[in-house]
Ligand binder design. Structure first.
Ligand code: GLA
Ligand code: ZN
Length: 675
């Protein structure tokens, strides 16, 4: 793959959100910012997302000069701009004159002006006003050599239940189902006699109305995504119509589940996201693993380098507790994003605002304004490191392992009123499988059901309740052709409108896995069972592992049983099985197992499949990833423990390009080798 993949930059981007519009009356501050940016190795700023009221102070009167001037000044010093479109927060005049742009909530109440990212994404007026300002920005700044990238809006999200959206929803459904009879059939509306006689009767889900028709809820969420994607596509079109050909992104929020981010694939040229882990709530290595999952998810959207668009240089001010990041965390977290495929480390925010709701959010330059702050010094270190790692820009990851993490599945799973309303361990199961595999240093893609499986050797499939996008056939083909699938309990239960499969589950895959689910037991909080190894099982599993929350009972036809339940009326029934199907293997995990199980089991699977690890011995709490270009392979090794660990690098053919190791790696430090 061609290097320089992002915006022809041969370097990693460093910088972040910058709001000079808040300081236009203080030229000394703007001047000082520039000096400090250069000191900190900042080469990129993101501007304009919240500038609409200044860019268009009255309807139709545009003033872009102040922004152009700042873009110019920054560019002269080698600092590039990511240009935001301002649709995320509208001016007062717009809301007052055209109330239809204001969102209506699920109780059918219209918002007053205020806040942000709360417009109606259907409103023709809003779309038209956004189009106008975007065209003008594209004309004025879209070809400026200092503008790298266009940043659509800011964190798209939420839904609108206004009459315009309702009408659009009905049209979307008509397109999808053609007739009302078909919709009734697919939505199972004969239940409680909620049959629709016409599309006109359909209303979006509401706590004052219909909330228990799962297929309606699912399709509403799909529609909200489709309408938001369409809004973004219109924003992009305006940028292109204004003559700007720069790549386009929008900043996602990791595992925010209000939107199915996959559907933005056709609109964005670069994936980017805002990462705000709570680094000190859990042990740091665990937070690192959870954050890594999110980075991999975001990278896998386009399967090329992504951008870390926002991260806090110290604390946030919107989480329960505004915890400072301990020394060293910022550097490790920043490098971790790069290790997982980011070509940037960008912050929210470069200069702390003086008033309003984010005045206490961490920033590179705080209210004191000096460079002798702990945070500023740490940002300088990050800048220094990124400056030394330019050759990583544009390099890619080529994972052999994928995990299916599917937003539509998540919607259906949590709405299903199934085996455990007290908590469904979807994320937990996905994270346990991910962590178990990542301990081995194997890179992973986090894909969804619409992706192809054929490029992978192992595919992990946690709790894939809903099957869509031909996933059943894909899994079958994948295993038949020699792949290894590891699927868990509560998979293959329902189709894409949440109707249960008839005739045996996992749906259409009972022969591939060599078993059939008969029942699933929900466990109370604190209740446990355990899995015991079957003597001489071919993976040599030897330990006892506890299981909680959900225990599935299966009838095995062809599969081999590797572990069985310890107790309850299903004592001795299978917990872990493996079926040979075609040239591949289909493993099935019947219960919500503890982390240690996934560590041991996935290591045994990796050995059995003879998949090579990048390093032979990886201590706990150490992350290993690999980025490649046509010329070289880079292995990034990060110790997320507080203390040193022993680390043995390959004996031959590798050059240490970053960090120090003499047989050990210090706490929170990293080493990068080039092969
Ligand atoms: C989000 C937004 C930013 C800012 C930060 C604060 O990511 O995009 O504008 O509000 O949160 O953490
Ligand atoms: Zn609306």
């Amino acid at each position: 793959m061609n290097k320089k993949i992002i915006m022809s930059q041969e370097r990693l981007l460093h910088g972040g959100d910058y709001n000079p519009e808040q300081w236009l009356d203080s030229p000394d501050i703007l001047k000082r910012d520039l000096e400090l940016f250069l000191k900190a190795g900042i080469n990129t700023v993101t501007m304009g997302m919240f500038s609409w009221a200044l860019l268009e102070p009255e309807e139709g009167r545009y003033q872009i000069d102040w922004l152009t001037e700042i873009v110019d000044q920054l560019y002269q010093k080698g600092i590039y701009t990511i240009l935001g479109t301002p649709s995320g927060a509208r001016p007062q005049w717009l809301a007052k004159r055209y109330p239809e742009v204001l969102r209506v909530d699920e109780k059918r109440q219209r918002n007053l002006f205020g806040g942000r990212q709360n417009h109606c994404y259907t409103s023709p007026v809003y779309r038209q006003k956004v189009r106008k300002i975007n065209v003008i920005l594209a004309k004025e700044l879209g070809s400026h050599p200092g503008v790298l990238l266009i940043h659509l809006s800011n964190e798209y999200g939420g839904d609108c239940h206004c009459p315009l959206c309702q009408e659009k929803f009905r049209g979307w459904l008509k397109e999808r189902y053609d007739t009302i009879e078909e919709l009734n059939r697919r939505w199972s509306t004969t239940f409680w006699g909620h049959t629709y006689q016409s599309f006109e009767q359909i209303e979006s889900p509401s706590s004052k109305g219909e909330l228990l028709l799962h297929a309606l809820n699912l399709d509403w969420k799909r529609f909200v995504t489709a309408q938001t994607v369409d809004f973004a596509a219109q924003e992009k079109k305006a940028i292109r119509d204004g003559g700007c050909q720069k790549p386009v992104t929008t900043n996602f929020m990791g595992d925010y589940d209000g939107l199915n981010y996959r559907k933005f694939k056709g609109v964005i040229d670069v994936a980017s996201w805002d990462s705000y882990p709570e680094w000190h709530r859990k042990p740091v290595p665990q937070t690192a693993a959870e954050t890594a999952f999110q980075h991999d998810f975001m990278r896998s959207l386009l399967k090329k380098p992504f951008l870390l668009m926002e991260s806090s240089p110290s604390s946030t001010n919107w989480q329960e507790v505004s915890k400072l990041r301990k020394p060293g965390i910022l550097h490790a977290a920043s490098l971790q994003a790069v290790a997982h495929g980011s070509d940037s480390v960008l912050y929210f925010q470069l200069r702390q605002s003086r008033g309003a709701s984010e005045k206490f959010h961490g920033a590179v330059i705080d209210h004191y304004g000096g460079e002798d702050t702990r945070v500023f010094q740490e940002v300088c270190q990050v800048g220094e490191t990124l400056g030394r790692l330019s050759e990583l820009a544009g390099t890619v990851q080529k994972p052999k392992v994928a995990l299916i993490w599917d937003t539509e599945n998540r919607w259906a799973l949590f709405d299903s009123q199934g085996p455990r309303n007290a908590g469904i361990p979807y994320k937990e199961t996905a994270e346990k499988m991910y962590a178990g595999m990542r301990r081995l240093g194997l890179d992973m893609d986090i894909i969804d059901m619409e992706d192809d499986l054929e490029n992978y050797r192992i595919v992990l499939i946690p709790m894939l309740y809903l099957f869509r996008g031909g996933i059943g056939d894909k899994i079958r083909e994948f295993v038949k052709n020699g792949g290894t699938a590891v699927m868990t309990f509560w998979s293959g239960v329902a189709d894409d409108t949440d109707r249960c499969f008839l005739g045996g589950v996992p749906g259409k895959l009972t022969d591939v896995f060599g078993l059939r689910r008969t029942e699933i037991d929900g466990l109370y909080e604190g209740e446990e069972n355990a899995a015991l190894p079957v003597k001489d099982n071919f993976l040599s599993l030897e330990r006892r592992y506890t299981c909680r929350n959900l225990c599935e009972l299966v009838n095995v036809s062809d599969a081999r049983v590797l572990m069985t339940y310890e107790k309850d009326f299903y004592k001795d029934l299978p917990v872990v099985t493996c079926n040979q199907y075609g040239k591949g293997k289909a493993y099935y995990i019947c219960a919500d197992m503890e982390q240690q199980f996934y560590n041991d089991f996935l290591e045994a699977v990796q050995k059995n499949d003879k998949i090579e690890k990048p390093l032979p011995d990886i201590p706990d709490g150490v992350e290993v990833t690999t980025r490649e270009s046509e010329e070289a392979t880079y292995v990034l090794i990060q110790n997320f423990n507080a203390d040193s660990v022993n680390l043995k690098l390959p004996d031959h053919g590798c050059e240490v390009i970053y960090g120090e190791t003499e047989g050990s790696l210090k706490g929170l430090s990293s080493v990068i080798i080039k092969i």
